[in-house]
Design a protein around this ligand. Structure first.
Ligand SMILES: Cc1cc2nc3c(=O)[nH]c(=O)nc-3n(C[C@H](O)[C@H](O)[C@H](O)COP(=O)(O)OP(=O)(O)OC[C@H]3O[C@@H](n4cnc5c(N)ncnc54)[C@H](O)[C@@H]3O)c2cc1C
Length: 457
């Protein structure tokens, strides 16, 4: 273990909360808005039912079919909006948590829409006095848009199945992503049958306006923030690879040059989705954190070649154009609650921490712990040493095998006796981040003061 500098600052611990901070309240407001939307959708669906229709043969099944269909479709829109890169949502909740919500909620609309198809078929079959298979055939061939909606459901189901953890693990990320893209097509081709055949809309202009508004609003969010904004920013900042430098074994720093990068709404610790427009790479976007605060003309990323893309970046040609999406992420100074921080980085996990440290106000007292199996794994350590020393903080470099150089609660407390008074920012492999977070909690750091960046979405 080496301690590069050790000069502690005594700054009174002050509690603060930035308006951008990811808070339970932000998530609460979003859940409340989604709940209100669901209640309106349900109310508009139920009001279109009549006692006469309910008491007719198959009436209850058909009504249940309509409710499951409407709720399922509404939840699909929620799923789309949650990952629609809406800046306010990204700031209040963070992309990692939004993706987790998307994943958790994902199966429900599929189950509800599947139930909708079955219930409507059974209800109509009872009403028409025929068997379910021939009713299903009639629905497909004579009702406007039902065939397209069934095909759309197939596309959604494919995205659902390939997102199942065990299946997804066996697929390349890009294959999974391409299958997921078809969900937009699935949604688009299922829309027409809702308005054409949905009893909640025929003769109900308010319900119709509400539903069209929801769909147009969701489509607008996706087009504006997943397509329009990234294209505009990529054109505006015109990034090109300037240089690629090997900074450690299997680890490169890529510097990109562009225009007016100081105008990007970037906070230290955030990441971008990078698309290097070179043959064989242009169709893949990968998330990498900026490993320094961008200046007017340069932004930088530091990448470990853990897979195909990382390895390809080591060979990327200077001059290659770069498109990007973002910046994203809430692993920033906005979530800080105190005036002291502990930054803990494992391997290339140090990258966002360096930009975060650069971005923190001068009054913040930093302690940095970098962890690596060998000294070569301490990515960017010279820059940390310089920055920490300039700010009068402390840098601890823990080098050695995990069994010999532990990073448990006792070890961290020995290095950082005032740990409880600090915000703890952790970035590194999942096992490492889990263990440091558990140690921090054990040492008495409140959960709200522990911030993690997962290199996994
Ligand atoms: C928020 C965030 C910030 C990151 N910052 C950095 C960084 O600064 N430096 C760094 O070296 N790594 C970073 N990563 C990790 C990096 O994105 C992955 O290692 C890289 O995308 C893997 O791609 P590959 O083709 O090299 O490897 P593969 O072997 O294809 O994949 C390895 C793992 O990465 C996942 N993955 C692959 N492609 C993507 C993708 N497009 N989006 C999300 N996950 C994907 C796979 O599911 C798999 O689990 C970050 C990841 C995230 C989520």
């Amino acid at each position: 273990m080496t301690t590069a500098t050790s000069q502690a600052i005594t700054v009174p611990t002050k509690w603060r909360r930035s308006p951008l901070a990811r808070t339970g309240r932000g998530a609460g407001w979003i859940a409340a808005a989604a709940g209100i939307g669901l209640a309106v959708t349900l109310a508009l669906t139920v009001q279109s039912e009549t006692l006469g229709a309910l008491s007719a043969p198959g009436g209850v099944l058909t009504a249940l079919g309509r409710v499951t269909g409407m709720v399922g479709a509404y939840l699909l829109l929620v799923l789309v909006v949650v990952v629609g890169r809406l800046p306010a949502l990204e700031r209040a909740v963070g992309q990692d948590r939004l993706v987790r919500w998307h994943r958790l909620l994902g199966p429900w609309p599929l189950l509800l829409i599947g139930a909708h198809g079955i219930l409507i078929t059974l209800g109509y079959a009872a009403q028409d006095g025929q068997g379910a298979p021939s009713e299903f055939f009639d629905l497909l061939t004579t009702y406007p848009g039902v065939l397209a909606a069934t095909a759309g459901f197939g596309l959604l189901a494919m995205a659902g199945v390939t997102s199942y953890r065990k299946v997804r693990r066996r697929m390349a990320h890009e294959t999974w992503w391409a299958v997921h893209l078809y969900t937009y097509l699935g949604l688009a081709i299922s829309f027409s049958h809702q308005l054409a055949t949905g009893a909640s809309f025929v003769g109900h202009p308010v319900a119709r306006a509400w539903w069209i508004g929801l769909w147009l609003g969701s489509a607008g969010i996706v087009l504006a923030y997943r397509v329009g904004l990234p294209v505009l920013r990529s054109l505006r900042h015109a990034l090109r690879v300037e240089s690629v430098e090997r900074v450690a074994p299997g680890c490169v720093t890529v510097i990109c040059r562009g225009r007016s990068l100081d105008r990007l709404p970037f906070r230290g610790g955030q990441f971008l989705q990078w698309r290097f427009l070179q043959r064989g790479l242009w169709w893949q976007a990968h998330p990498y954190s900026a490993s320094a605060m961008p200046d007017r003309s340069r932004i930088r990323l530091t990448v470990k070649d853990l897979g195909d893309h990382g390895a390809a970046l080591a060979r990327i040609r200077p001059g290659t154009r770069v498109a990007f999406e973002g910046p994203y992420g809430v692993f920033t100074d906005d979530v800080r609650q105190t005036e002291r921080v502990l930054l803990v980085g494992g391997g290339v996990g140090a990258a966002p921490l360096l930009a975060l440290l650069e971005d923190q106000p001068a009054g913040v007292d930093p302690v940095v712990i970098l962890r690596g199996s060998t000294a070569d794994d301490l990515v960017l350590h010279a820059e940390f040493a310089e920055l920490v020393s300039r700010r009068g903080g402390e840098l601890h470099e823990l080098v050695g095998p995990r069994q010999e150089v532990a990073i448990d609660a006792a070890a961290i407390l020995r290095l950082v006796p005032d740990l409880r008074e600090r915000d703890v920012y952790i970035c590194g492999p999942t096992g490492f981040a889990d263990s440091v977070a558990a140690s921090a909690r054990l040492a008495g750091v409140p959960q709200a003061h522990i911030h993690r960046e997962e290199f996994e979405l």
